[in-house]
Design a protein around this ligand. Sequence first.
Ligand code: SF4
Ligand code: SF4
Length: 449
Amino acid sequence: MARKNLNRREFLKRAGIVTGGAMAMLALDPITSFARSKDDKPGENLMTYRTQHGTGEKVSLLGFGMMRLPRDNQELVNQMVDYAIAHGVNYFDTAPMYGRGLNEGIVGAALSRHPRDKYYVATKMSNYDEKYWTLDSAKEMYENSFKQLRVDYIDYYLMHGVGQGGMEQLEKRFLNNGLLDFLVKEREAGRIRHLGFSYHGDVRVFDWLINHNNDYHWDFVQIQMNFLDWRHASLQKGGWKEDADAEYLYNKLAKAGIQVVVMEPFRGGALSKMPDECVALLKAMRPTDTVAQWAFRWVSSHPNILTTLSGMNVMEHLIENVETHSPLEPCTAAENELLEKIADTMIGIPTVPCTACAYCMPCPYGVDIPGNFSFYNNAMNNKLLPLPEKSSPNYAKQQAEFSKQYLAHFKAEARANQCMDCEACLKKCPQGIRIPNQLSRINDILRGR
Ligand code: SF4
Ligand code: SF4
């Protein structure tokens, strides 16, 4: 298809869309501005769909993760939602805790401008805080989601982030208080149409829930999946976590007949920072494709995926992701092989598996936690870090350069050395990163230790 041969810049140019960070600030024209090429009709829908088991509903293979949308620009959110719906995206994911509690309301305001049968909305029970561990208080959070989203049924409802804190947390949040039984009854009553959970962390919780599928009949499960975590998540031991590979999770779900919603297909943007030599290999095979297109194509090619969520907050990303899935061109065996090789190359590099979700923020002492990890990962991927041989002739020079760039990048209060080891962030990180330890590692590099 000719459209597939356009590179992203050409594509955006033809679409009349300006590239770059200023995009989000532009006052965008009505929906007719977003035709994808001169041959495309405005709003033409070439999206690839997957079929929801049991109901036969068609779910767009690209799902819109709303978490990163701005809290103060409803107009942009409305325009992105309008564009998405016009181009066939029909799965929208939010949660009570996103956007400092404002995201559901923003999403509800944008979606409710469309007929209810044009979209599926997913939200969650984000009862991480102890104050929501009684059934009554959790029900309040649940009822508020309906109000914020302006709906009388929720299409996809998830227990948010199970696995964090192991079985003990699952018991406190969902089992001992009767909350999961309540949610199952709500599904029977039709207020929840599909019930599932998003999984992070302790694989014993995942196994327990899937092994009890006969009791709960999960309609879907949301997992983190990308070509790096497919076979390498469990290798990242010692530094911060010990987890199951996405391959294990995906295969177990497929075997149980449970469809998968994917989060972090791009590892929160971390895959865009892959080493130059890896990017060159990708470019050699598909010169016009971006790394993001590779990552999305890889995930969405798996047949048991119901939808692949992308956390989008600028129109440019939405347009590119719609393009990638309209229709999806599945990865070939040779492409899969190349990505596997790249994952092997990348995992030798001890980056911090931070997805920039910012659940750990704000830090009471002002540390920019995701910013520090992003800076560190970037430096690591581009071989700017003076690691690991301190005796190497370049060490002093590299250390000085790293420090110079770091000090220029971060205000004093946001730096790693401001961490007081209070551990307030620890239980909030879905990736199980030992945040203070990793910050202290960055600090050690800055101090030349
Ligand atoms: S442990 Fe450090 S980074 Fe985490 S919240 Fe406390 S001061 Fe902030
Ligand atoms: S450290 Fe953890 S919680 Fe914080 S942004 Fe990174 S992945 Fe998210």
